[in-house]
Design a protein around this ligand. Structure first.
Ligand code: FES
Length: 80
């Protein structure tokens, strides 16, 4: 079953936190709370995804984004 909202999984494991996952989570939270994304995305914090070398890691829908930033996540959201 497809989720009605786009899912964004943000790794909050220790390595990703060291590389700025907390700041990234906050930025994404702010972006997804504002138009035009409001109500269309769901932000989910996860444990380590076992890809620590490419921290911070985010999964947007079915796409794995390595060493990512809020801008890259936004681009991916537009594509999907
Ligand atoms: S801490 Fe994020 S992938 Fe391991």
């Amino acid at each position: 079953m497809k989720h009605p909202r786009k899912l964004i999984f943000v790794c909050n494991g220790s390595d990703c936190k060291k590389e700025g996952a907390k700041k990234l989570s906050k930025e994404l939270k702010n972006l997804t709370d504002q138009r035009p994304l409001k109500g269309s995305c769901k932000l989910i914090k996860t444990k380590c995804m076992d890809m620590c070398k490419t921290a911070p890691n985010v999964i947007v829908g079915e796409v794995f984004c390595k060493s990512t930033t809020a801008e890259k996540v936004l681009e991916q959201l537009k594509k999907s």
